[in-house]
Design a protein around this ligand. Structure first.
Ligand code: HEC
Length: 107
């Protein structure tokens, strides 16, 4: 995900991080981060934060986090973005093991 710091500004990052923590909850409706979330984030994460597997956008309305759900980590995620990629496995798996894994995943 790209960095949102320049788009949202410091207050926007703070409000966005708070909003992610309460998304879907009763206090989300009146939260000041709601409008910016709906404008910038719903295309990938959905209105309710359910995410979109086709876009690689994770669910953000539960307690399972790639990087962390505490306020400081959420602010870092929004301010700097995350550019996670899967590590290569060619040094750890041989061709046969990779073929077996592909066959397993393609079932
Ligand atoms: C173009 C699609 C896209 C948009 C728009 C987008 N995101 Fe993301 N978001 C992603 C992807 C993809 C990841 C996973 C990034 C990675 O692992 O490197 C992510 C990761 C995250 C995470 C980390 C979740 C975790 O489990 O740690 C949070 C929080 C988040 N986004 C919130 C937001 C917020 C708030 C906005 C709006 C300001 C937003 N995103 C806009 C695609 C998007």
């Amino acid at each position: 995900m790209i960095a949102w710091g320049a788009t949202l500004g410091d207050d926007g990052v703070d409000q966005g991080a708070e909003y992610v923590q309460i998304i879907g909850g009763p206090s989300a409706e009146s939260h000041p981060g709601k409008a910016a979330y709906e404008q910038n984030c719903t295309a990938c994460h959905g209105l309710d934060g359910a995410g979109n597997a086709l876009l690689g956008a994770p669910r953000i309305n539960d307690d399972i986090w790639l990087y962390g759900g505490d306020l400081d980590t959420l602010k870092t995620t929004l301010r700097q973005g995350r550019f996670g990629i899967m590590p290569p496995f060619d040094a750890r798996l041989d061709d046969f093991q990779i073929k077996l894994l592909v066959a397993l995943l393609a079932r």
